[in-house]
Design a protein around this ligand. Structure first.
Ligand SMILES: [Zn+2]
Length: 84
């Protein structure tokens, strides 16, 4: 018997683990936002531990190299008044 297990969109070469660049804890909540930047898919996260906000870039470049990195947006926002 053949059982097919489909895991959906978690096949980024095992790179589905996102770590908070502020406190280093694993962030396993859904991104608050998602958009595209060149060949990257960008996910905006708010860390549930320290409330730090960062963008997680991941994608495959035109050379076929897979890369992912995080960019800090706001260290510890006191209040999220407006986007941007
Ligand atoms: Zn954090």
């Amino acid at each position: 018997m053949y059982i097919e297990i489909y895991l959906g969109d978690v096949s980024w070469g095992g790179l589905s683990m996102v770590k908070c660049p502020f406190c280093g804890s694993e962030v396993n909540v859904a991104p608050i936002k998602e958009w595209r930047f060149r060949f990257y898919i960008v996910n905006a996260y708010i860390c549930p531990s320290c409330k730090g906000r960062f963008n997680y870039y991941h994608g495959v470049s035109s050379r076929g190299k897979e890369s992912s990195f995080t960019i800090r947006v706001k260290p510890r926002p006191k209040r999220i008044a407006a986007e941007g």
